[in-house]
Design a protein around this ligand. Structure first.
Ligand SMILES: Cc1cc2nc3c(=O)[nH]c(=O)nc-3n(C[C@H](O)[C@H](O)[C@H](O)COP(=O)(O)O)c2cc1C
Length: 172
């Protein structure tokens, strides 16, 4: 599929089928994340593939936005690996890097017919605690993934209402 077609076609999937994700497709999705650009190529991302009944139960207890996805990717940034600005005190690119990684995975999944939804509706401190994450690993977002159920449809208004480019883009 042409890239713009893929981008327009993708929507947030919030209802999943039981069909398991084939291991080779899962590998491709994770590979797409690996290939993402990150600041200075530091690759501070850490991705937890939540798929055991125990892990899925835990994440569903922490957020309603895991929906009924069979797999949830917990995308994190390792604060010991992030690029830190030498001039802008306190600024690092961990969240940006992890977001690009997540975007790559979301789009590769869709290219394979696998749906996902980007999720930030959770408390990162709770997630870090329940999953016993190392101190330096900061949860950035979740990506529930799986084959869409037959009932899966986009939240139409959210999915296809776009501000005009004349509002969001400005030439200087
Ligand atoms: C940073 C970010 C956070 C989001 N958090 C949530 C969330 O917590 N729960 C949810 O159902 N969708 C969440 N979404 C999905 C958006 O609501 C959705 O992408 C947007 O409305 C456009 O719809 P579409 O993805 O179907 O095109 C999030 C998306 C982004 C980019």
């Amino acid at each position: 599929m042409d890239f713009l077609e893929l981008a327009a076609d993708r929507y947030s999937v919030r209802s999943y089928s039981d069909r398991p994700i084939e291991p080779e497709k899962m590998e491709r999705i994770l590979k797409a994340g690996q290939l993402a650009p990150t600041a200075v190529n530091f690759q501070p991302q850490k991705i937890y593939v939540l798929k055991s009944p125990e892990a899925i139960g835990k994440i569903r207890s922490l957020t309603r936005f895991a929906y009924d996805a069979p797999v949830v990717l917990l995308v994190c940034a390792d604060k010991t690996k992030v690029w830190r600005s030498p001039s802008e005190h306190g600024y690092d690119t961990g969240e940006m890097d992890a977001s690009i990684v997540c975007t790559h995975m979301m789009l590769e999944a869709w290219a394979l017919g696998i749906g996902s939804v980007w999720v930030r509706g959770f408390d990162s401190r709770q997630v870090a605690k329940v999953f016993d994450l190392p101190e330096q690993v900061q949860p950035i977002c979740l990506l529930p993934i799986g084959y869409p159920s037959d009932e899966s449809v986009p939240y139409e208004e959210w999915h296809s209402t776009f501000r005009p480019l004349s509002e969001t883009v400005e030439e200087r």
